[in-house]
Structure formats: structure tokens, C-alpha cells
Design a protein around this ligand. Structure first.
Ligand SMILES: Cc1cc2nc3c(=O)[nH]c(=O)nc-3n(C[C@H](O)[C@H](O)[C@H](O)COP(=O)(O)O)c2cc1C
Length: 487
């Protein structure tokens, strides 16, 4: 029989006549698990809660009213309490078959709406946004559009997911099911719909649940990344199953690289500064055409100093066990982690020979990694080919971009963010935000220095890996920026 049970992480306690329910949910801003009270709880409610904690409660039990009005009132009230607990995301809805548990709907946050099995004739379809993850009990099917996991525990149900790629009526679904589960086909369809894994097929041949996201152009990866990194409610039980922080010291802020030689950059000097800060903001723009006179080591040094040099090394969260080395730089970085490093493909620069360099933000120097090798040439070529996607850049046609004097590659040491954000799951999202912060810093400083700046969207982590010889798991490129002297 389909039944409800409390999900993991629901704890009950008694306070005089009230029952206090501690939920598995907290918010990002308040890590304490949320609680609520069932005031003046009577015996029937206590019995219901005890059953939900143990053997479960038959899910259809409170649908039909009993004969006597007295028990009807209690019945109605218990039915409402059950609905309330379901919508608060505290109940698993499970269907058992001859092999034991066949399928269940696991809530991951409050706000779940139960969807009934539709009338005959309506067809169901799998959501385009579903993902399947194997787990010890079977397969977890999820969609970023709904705060639930649909767990298929009986492997005989796996073909159903594939079948739902095409619209299926309730009859078709019923016939796909193993015989012992057919009597539950309406509940099973209700679970599919309530989980958001499937929706009713609409006139656009989409699952209705997908329509808005499809119209807005979302793809599965982006929607799932967005949902994971911007959620407000945190499920403390799900947190427990995340990979635990590796028991070792947080990676240091300073990381030595193998270099061939060092080029000291000139000490920064800003004489005869004509424009003030607000004028710089007003003037900032992308410039994609360059003067034949290349940038100088002095200008490049100034750009790097005012964007990226390390002002100070600090200890962050010194009072906590997770204390870690942080940095202070002119540009902002989430948690002071500054996991982004700058690499430079120098094509032309007065005072610095062409080559591939790493910027040492502590010493304000460039460490030469190699000459301009083939992958560096490819990165410069890619910059040229992807220049001028800008709507207002009518002067340069796609594919006719000019080679910048210097291509700056932003590469992130993922492990720095991962060590701090294994629990929040925000490591990569924050790296991308740091990259955004750095784009603007480079734009403003380059404008103040009267250089020609332009950010780039298309870069290749593979080319960076080949050019640097550093595994992309250790450092991955996340952004590119072109610099030259304006024409
Ligand atoms: C993250 C980012 C990526 C960009 N990618 C490209 C690109 O691939 N090609 C290009 O020509 N311009 C690129 N730009 C520049 C934008 O096209 C430019 O900022 C936009 O057209 C507005 O022009 P403005 O910078 O002159 O105000 C990029 C800018 C940023 C911040």
C-alpha cells in the first residue's frame, strides 16, 4: 500500500501539551534547524506521529470520511495535519511492491504540492531538466524545477523513465509497470507528477512543468547549477552526504610554479594622472583595435599592480578550526581566497620578450613558463577569432579581430575554494564571481592607464592546460582579457 513516513532528520519532542517538530531544514542565513509546534496535541495526533516515525501511515487512509460525525471531525483534522506535514517537506511518499520498496518521493525542502493522477486521455512526459544519479538504494531522479528526489528502488521501474521520453497515457504507464505494481498505478503517476520528474504533456509537446524554463531558454546544466548555488533552504541531512572536507591543511595562498626565469616589473608609478575615478568609470569601454606601438613593461606592470598585486597576507577566520590563509589585493574576492592567478601570453611588449608568463603577485614579477609555444599561439588566435561579438563593434567584423599585445588568462586554483566551500557547494560559483570582479578591475585600471581593454567570453581550458603544463584539475582557466595600446 502507498504510505507516508517521516523523512530522515525529522525529530519530535514534547513540551507540556505541545509537540515540537524539528525539521531537517535550515536557511543559509540561519543554520539552526527550523522548528514548529503542534499545539495541544491530542491522543489521535500523537498516534499518527508515532506511526509516521515507524511503520508509516497508509496514504489513502484519510481520503474517505468515516460514518460517525464525531470521528469524522478527528479524521478530517488528522487528514489536514498529514497534508500540512507533507507540504512542509517532512514526509516520504512510498510505494511498495513484491520486491519491497519500489519507489518513493523524498522531499528536499518545504513547499511540495501533491499532484493527482490526471484523467484518462492526458499524457505524461519526462521533464527535459531531469538528471539521474545512482545511489545505494537504486536510482535518484531529480529536476531543478522541484524540491524533491524521486527514488526508484525496484529496478523493474527503470524502463519507465526511458518510456516517458515520449508522451505516455496513464494506460501506457500502467502497462509498462510490473504486474504487482499495476494496482498502484494512479499513486505512482501522482508521485511522478509531484516530483516534477514528469509533467502533463501540453500543446507545445513539453511537460507543462518545463514550459516557463524552456521559454526563458534555460538548459539543464545552467538551471541545475543555478538551483544548487542560489538556494535559500539547506537540508542538513543532504549536507551530511556531501563529500567531507579532506582532513588536511587548507591549500596555501602562495603557490610555487616551475619557471625558467624571472622578469621584475617596474615599481608602479602614476604621475600626471589626468582623469579622476568617476571619469574613469565614465570612459570605460571595450577597445579592440590596437596601435602598432606595443604596450610597455611599465604600463603592463601598472595594470597588474593596481589589479592584482598582493598587499598583505592574512589569516582568515583565525578563531575557527577552518582558519585559512587569505590575501588582500586591490580587487575583491569572496572570503579573501583569491584563488585566481593571472597568466600572460605576451605577444608584443616593450621591455619583455614574447612568451608565456605567470604573474607573481607577491614579488610583482613575471615568471617565464615558456616561449610562445603552439598552445599559446592558439589561445591568441582564439582571442582574435572571438573578438567583436559586441553589438556596437561595427568597425571590426567577426574573424577580423586584431591580435592583442597581451592576452591575460585567469586561472583558478579550485582546491582553494573547495577546501572552504565543500559544505556550501559554492566553490565554482564563487570562482566565477571572483572572475567577474577581476574583469571589471582590469577594465577600470586599463582605462585609467589609457590602455585598450577587452574581456573575452570564449576561452579554452584545454589550451591553457597544454600551454602551462598544469593539470586543469589543479588550475583551470575561467576567463581571458586582451590588452594593447588603443589605436
Ligand atoms: C565577461 C566578458 C566577456 C566578454 N566577451 C567578449 C568577447 O568574447 N568578444 C568581444 O569582442 N568582447 C567581449 N566582451 C566585451 C563586451 O562585448 C562589451 O563589454 C560590451 O559589448 C559592452 O561594451 P563596452 O565594454 O565598450 O561598454 C566581454 C566582456 C565581458 C565583461
Amino acid at each position: 500500500m502507498p504510505k507516508y513516513l517521516f523523512r530522515e532528520g525529522v525529530d519530535l519532542s514534547t513540551d507540556i501539551n505541545d509537540i515540537v517538530v524539528t525539521t531537517p531544514y535550515a536557511t543559509r542565513s540561519n543554520p539552526h534547524r527550523q522548528t514548529f509546534r503542534l499545539k495541544n496535541a491530542k491522543e489521535p495526533l500523537k498516534k499518527l506521529l508515532a506511526a509516521l516515525s515507524q511503520e508509516g501511515v497508509e496514504s489513502n487512509q484519510y481520503l474517505a470520511l468515516p460514518e460517525t460525525t464525531e470521528s469524522a471531525a478527528t479524521h478530517l483534522e488528522l487528514g489536514l495535519q498529514l497534508k500540512n506535514l507533507y507540504e512542509k517537506g517532512l514526509l516520504i511518499h512510498a510505494i511498495d511492491g513484491c520486491n519491497g520498496r519500489a519507489m518513493c518521493l523524498l522531499p528536499m525542502k518545504p513547499g511540495i504540492k501533491q499532484q493527482p493522477c490526471p484523467d484518462d486521455g492526458k499524457a505524461l512526459k519526462l521533464s527535459k531538466f531531469t538528471s539521474i544519479h545512482p545511489c545505494l538504494e537504486g536510482l535518484d531522479v531529480t529536476t531543478p524545477l522541484s524540491p524533491t528526489t524521486l527514488r526508484l528502488q525496484d529496478h523493474r521501474l527503470y524502463p519507465l523513465i526511458q518510456k516517458l521520453l515520449s508522451p505516455c497515457t496513464t494506460d501506457i504507464i500502467r502497462n509498462v509497470l510490473p504486474e504487482d505494481l499495476r494496482i498502484h498505478h494512479r499513486e505512482l503517476i501522482s508521485l511522478l507528477l509531484s516530483s516534477g520528474v514528469a509533467g502533463i504533456c501540453n500543446t507545445n509537446h513539453n511537460a507543462d512543468i518545463d514550459q516557463e524554463a524552456i521559454e526563458a531558454g534555460w538548459n539543464r546544466q545552467d538551471l541545475s547549477f543555478h538551483q544548487q548555488t542560489r538556494r535559500h533552504i539547506v537540508d542538513f541531512k543532504a549536507q551530511e552526504s556531501l563529500p567531507k572536507p579532506i582532513d588536511r591543511k587548507a591549500p596555501p595562498a602562495k603557490h610555487q610554479r616551475i619557471i625558467l626565469s624571472t622578469v621584475s616589473l617596474p615599481t608602479p608609478s602614476i604621475d600626471n594622472q589626468k582623469t579622476n575615478f568617476y571619469q574613469v568609470i565614465q570612459q570605460r569601454q571595450s577597445i579592440r583595435t590596437y596601435d602598432s606601438n606595443p604596450v610597455s613593461a611599465e604600463a603592463l606592470g601598472n595594470l597588474l599592480w593596481y589589479s592584482m598585486h598582493t598587499r598583505e597576507e592574512i589569516l582568515c577566520d583565525p578563531a575557527l578550526p577552518r582558519s585559512y590563509e587569505g590575501l588582500l589585493r586591490p580587487v575583491a574576492s569572496a572570503g579573501g581566497l583569491h584563488s585566481i592567478e593571472l597568466y600572460l601570453c605576451i605577444h608584443l611588449c616593450i621591455g619583455i620578450s614574447p612568451g608565456f608568463y605567470h604573474y607573481d603577485s607577491f614579488e610583482h614579477s613575471l615568471g617565464k613558463i615558456s616561449d610562445l609555444n603552439r598552445p599559446c599561439e592558439s589561445m591568441l588566435e582564439m582571442a582574435v577569432n572571438t573578438t567583436c561579438r559586441a553589438p556596437q563593434a561595427s568597425s571590426v567584423s567577426p574573424g577580423y579581430g586584431q591580435r592583442p599585445d597581451v592576452l591575460i588568462v585567469m586561472a583558478a586554483r579550485y582546491e582553494r575554494n573547495a577546501s572552504l566551500h565543500s559544505e556550501t557547494g559554492l566553490a565554482y560559483a564563487l570562482i566565477l564571481k571572483d572572475a567577474g570582479s577581476l574583469y571589471q578591475q582590469l577594465y577600470l585600471v586599463a582605462t585609467a592607464l589609457q590602455l585598450a581593454p577587452c574581456g573575452l567570453s570564449f576561452g579554452s581550458s584545454e589550451l591553457f592546460e597544454q600551454a602551462s603544463g598544469i593539470s586543469s584539475k589543479a588550475e583551470c582557466s575561467v576567463g581571458e582579457f586582451m590588452i594593447g595600446n588603443p589605436k
